[in-house]
Design a binder for this molecule. Structure first.
Ligand code: GLN
Length: 454
């Protein structure tokens, strides 16, 4: 079974019950996501703003802006494939993250200039920078834990909370600065956030000594063997189960990512947002998912870890299928909201709150779990590329979400919401029938996860 990422040496320094390096990666990714989601929050608004006036934009139509947005969010994740490939083949994850951070800082800084060339150059740099950073920093989290360490999944959830702290602050702060002070100040602020992330990463290197190193030039016989060997049958099986789980990932994000599109518009146009004599801004609902993740993240991770320690079913496949079903169920609240809208001309806010709560409960059993799962299953020489492919699949899910959202204007919201719910729930249940078979393909990669005593 040699050659798995998790067999690498592991740094000993600990903080709050986890390797100290986790917090370096947490803060780096928090700032990276701050810059990504901050810029994303104002991108479309900037594109459609009039070309004249105080805070002028590019004067595009809504359709043009949404099209660029769709391609942008897809490409950002697709570039994780070359990003992962470069890490596996040439640089290792640690250096790739550093280079990605530098490219990202440059990209966001260039966007602060009010020039058309700067705009496109900035976008291209951000797409490449995320591709270098995002998959590789995620793989590094896995490298912090030994094989069989029960804390690995929890570590990924903590890392995921960092992502959402960044996303939560970004929507509020960068959104405010962009809209009220100037788009380019907003872009610049995103750049400052990324620069801070880069600094944290740079100065946090001592805590990452043993993680994410390039093993292509390694002198150790074990590393050499891991690199040269063709895939064994066990490794092949594990790759197969990973690819099957990626299908679930596309479906999950295709449904979940209605948040920024269809659910966003639903909040704006069809929801009664009056609350104690005040109207809740529609955009606030966009922060709800990140907020819930920060609040319930550790509880969900603990729940699964406890189940596992008690010997109850808690494999990654089971968690991910459960997550898909729970998230799908969230859409039933939106079906109820559409019925209420049909009957009374508006729907209540609590439907959206419930939907987002279920979406995040589901997300916490899918997204960090999938990241962790990849680091358990991928052979070390393909660890980053597998992570890259995973993110590309989430990009595909994003694009699918856009297409689904658009079709609501033909079919109506009720049909789309209910259709998504029924599809996700039945897909989850049907695949559960084959769960034993899928688990077998992992060849015990998740057996004996326990508390590791030093
Ligand atoms: N929201 C998460 C993040 O930004 C997951 C995104 C994804 O997997 N596409 O990391």
């Amino acid at each position: 079974m040699g050659g798995n990422l998790i067999d690498q040496h592991v740094s000993k320094k600990e903080l709050f019950g986890h390797p100290a390096g986790l917090y370096v990666l947490f803060l780096t990714e928090m700032w990276e996501r701050f810059s990504y989601y901050g810029m994303r929050a104002i991108l479309v608004l900037y594109l459609v703003s009039e070309t004249t006036g105080e805070n002028h934009g590019l004067g595009w139509t809504n359709a043009e802006a949404l099209q660029l947005y769709g391609w942008y969010t897809m490409l950002v994740y697709f570039m994780s494939i070359p990003g992962g490939f470069i890490a596996d083949k040439y640089l290792g994850q640690k250096k790739s993250v550093l280079i990605g951070g530098i490219i990202l800082t440059a990209g966001h800084a260039i966007l602060a200039y009010e020039e058309v060339w700067a705009f496109y150059t900035g976008l291209l740099l951000i797409i490449s920078g995320v591709g270098m950073l995002k998959p590789n920093i995620s793989t590094m989290v896995g490298g912090l834990y030994q094989k069989g360490d029960i804390r690995r999944d929890q570590g990924f959830t903590i890392f995921y909370i960092g992502i959402n702290v960044g996303a939560f602050l970004a929507a509020i702060i960068v959104g405010y600065v962009g809209e009220n002070i100037g788009w380019h100040y907003g872009f610049g602020l995103a750049g400052i956030g990324m620069a801070l992330g880069l600094l944290v990463y740079y100065f946090g290197q001592p805590y990452l000594e043993h993680v994410g190193n390039f093993i292509g030039n390694s002198k150790s016989a074990k590393d050499k063997e891991a690199l040269k060997k063709p895939l064994t049958r066990i490794e092949k099986d594990r790759m197969i189960v990973l690819f099957i789980s990626f299908l679930l990932v596309i479906i999950f994000w295709g449904a979940y990512e209605q948040a920024g599109g269809l659910l966003n518009l639903y909040a704006l146009e069809k929801t009664d947002r009056h609350f104690l004599g005040w109207v809740v801004p529609a955009s606030w609902f966009q922060s709800l998912a990140a907020f819930f993740i920060i609040v319930i993240g550790t509880a969900v991770a603990k729940f699964w870890a406890k189940r596992k320690l008690k010997g109850k079913k808690a494999s990654s496949i089971f968690k991910m299928l459960t997550g898909l079903i729970v998230m799908g169920t969230g859409f039933l609240f939106m079906s109820a909201a559409s019925i209420q809208y049909e009957n009374s001309g508006s729907s209540a806010m609590y439907w959206l709150v419930l939907a987002y709560l279920f979406h995040t409960l589901g997300e916490l059993s899918v997204s960090p779990v999938a990241l962790s799962f990849i680091t358990k299953l991928a052979p070390v020489r393909y660890a980053s590329i597998m992570m890259g492919i995973y993110f590309a699949m989430t990009g595909l899910g994003n694009k699918l979400a856009g297409l689904l959202g658009e079709s609501a204007s033909n079919y109506g919201e009720f049909t789309i919401f209910t259709g998504i719910a029924v599809f996700c729930i039945s897909f989850g249940l049907v695949v559960m029938l084959f769960m034993k078979k899928l688990e077998k393909l992992t060849h015990g990669a998740e057996d004996n996860e326990h508390v590791i005593e030093e």
